[in-house]
Design a protein around this ligand. Structure first.
Ligand code: 5GP
Ligand code: MG
Length: 176
């Protein structure tokens, strides 16, 4: 049975890194803030903490995309049609929980450029040290992690464990 185990990143560590990332993002964009596009559901907490560390003029939108079944990427991405056409001509900062195979971010990036976005940059809280299936470079990365399945701070396992304030590794435990 899979269950949340050891804490990989504590809540204070996450919070201070998110504040640091927001300050780097502010420094990069100055007064010309991008529209933040949060990829739900995983980026829910990261997006909201990032927004709270950005100027109040910052705008955001959400799209619901996903490719995961259990603990593995299905290789298909659903939900690209939830990306708003009103993003034409805008500078976009995609905000996602984790970069893994690269499928999600490469497809969303491609779709935004198709829709006529002026510029697309990527910000992820976590990046897994794994070979990518699709070439993607994130412009801002919170933490590099090993190839382990993690939950908490928005990240789920079949819909559960999103509400932990820290990030934990999902471990195999013997059935009782
Ligand atoms: P990719 O498309 O890059 O393979 O995967 C990106 C998406 O897969 C993430 O946005 C996230 O929703 C999900 N994902 C990838 N690795 C993990 C993980 O370790 N834990 C959880 N909960 N989701 C993951
Ligand atoms: Mg996701």
């Amino acid at each position: 049975m899979l269950q949340p185990g050891r804490t990989l990143l504590s809540s204070p560590r996450i919070q201070s890194r998110v504040a640091e990332m927001a300050s780097e993002i502010r420094g990069h964009y100055g007064a010309e803030l991008p529209v933040l596009l949060g990829l739900m559901n995983g980026a829910l907490f990261f997006l909201s903490d990032l927004m709270r560390n950005l100027p109040p003029e910052a705008e955001f939108q959400c799209s619901v995309v996903g490719s995961y079944e259990g603990t593995a990427s299905s290789g298909r991405l659903q939900g690209l049609d939830t990306i708003g056409e009103n993003l034409r001509g805008r500078r976009i900062l995609i905000v996602d929980d984790i970069l893994d195979t690269g499928l999600t971010l490469s497809k969303v990036d491609e779709r935004l450029l198709e829709l006529g976005a002026e510029e697309v940059k990527i910000c992820v809280l976590l990046s897994k040290r794994v070979p990518r299936r699709m070439e993607v470079t994130a412009d801002w990365v919170g933490f590099e992690i090993e190839n382990e399945f993690v939950v908490g701070y928005g990240l789920d396992h079949n819909g559960r464990y999103r509400s932990f304030e820290d990030i934990r590794v999902l471990d195999e435990v013997a059935d009782k």
